[in-house]
Design a protein around this ligand. Sequence first.
Ligand code: SAH
Length: 348
Amino acid sequence: MDRINRLIDKLEKEQILSVKEFIEIIENHTSENDKYLFERARTVRERIYGKAVYMRGLIEFTNYCKNNCLYCGIRRDAVNAERYRLSKEQILECCKEGHRLGFRTFVLQGGEDNHYSDEMICDIVSSIKELFPDCAVTLSIGEKARESYERYFAAGADRYLLRHETADNEHYHMIHPKELSPENRKRCLSDLKEIGFQTGCGFMVGSPFQTAEHLAEDIIYIYELQPHMVGIGPFIPHHDTPFRNEKAGTLEMTLLMLGLVRLIVPHVLLPATTALGTIDPRGREKGILAGANVVMPNLSPKDVRKKYLLYDNKICTGDEAAECIACLGRRISSVGYELVTDRGDFKK
Ligand code: SAH
């Protein structure tokens, strides 16, 4: 058996390798090795979650952002972005429609927008929980003080997504403005976990200046944090950012990362992201086959969807939520899995 497959076997058994060994896989894997990795990843995932693929209704409730991340299409300096905010009533309307369609998890995502005070966020969260007690609420609204996270949790938020973006400090500074620090990002993630959120970190594949070593560090950081969720998608350039002329991340490398993450944190809830579906027409199906078990269809009102553009050519910005579910359901059954409507909590 070849060396890379032996490393994959070792990874499945011990759930971790050295930086050097991860780099070897990243730099030298063949499509045969990938096939082997994805088989192992599917076996592990099916042992824990069966054939189920969970769906999360994504509500992109604001595209105002005070930050200026160099890769992001809704960064503060993206002057052509048409900014919008949803009211509490509009958000509840999305949840109502989503609940009718079978969603039992709502993800509220946005730029870092100080218009929404902690009090407003708590009010929105507790209203959703009151109206839809059978649903989980996930927040994805960036870096906050520990006390703010505590308040959101007390208001009933169940989960929090905050991608670490890159575990390498130097690389972090190369793709973020100087006001942002990798230390604070990681502080947020450990606070969130300690407070009791089902916590998600994650990173972009192929972001500018990323090396194989950075990716190996991402994997090791994930192993150390032991998150409940990990969001991984390819970097895709946005025309209104400093990275407009950079290359997008590849399908192949994103799938490799999904497979590796499934083996290092076997119980993880792992989405096949919209960005993956954007760089390849069957990207999400391929993600499921590499070990992913979550999809996040868009529940935002149709008229704002085209305004929440983190990157160019984003898919599914024109469909109704119901069409998205039907389409995803077909895609998922086409590869032998089943789109289900339950909350899809982390299984210990
Ligand atoms: N403000 C929130 C939500 C960010 S948007 C936060 O800070 O967590 C969600 C994710 O989209 C980001 O974490 C980032 O990893 C991803 N993203 C942003 N710009 C992108 C791009 N150009 N290509 C691919 N993914 C991108």
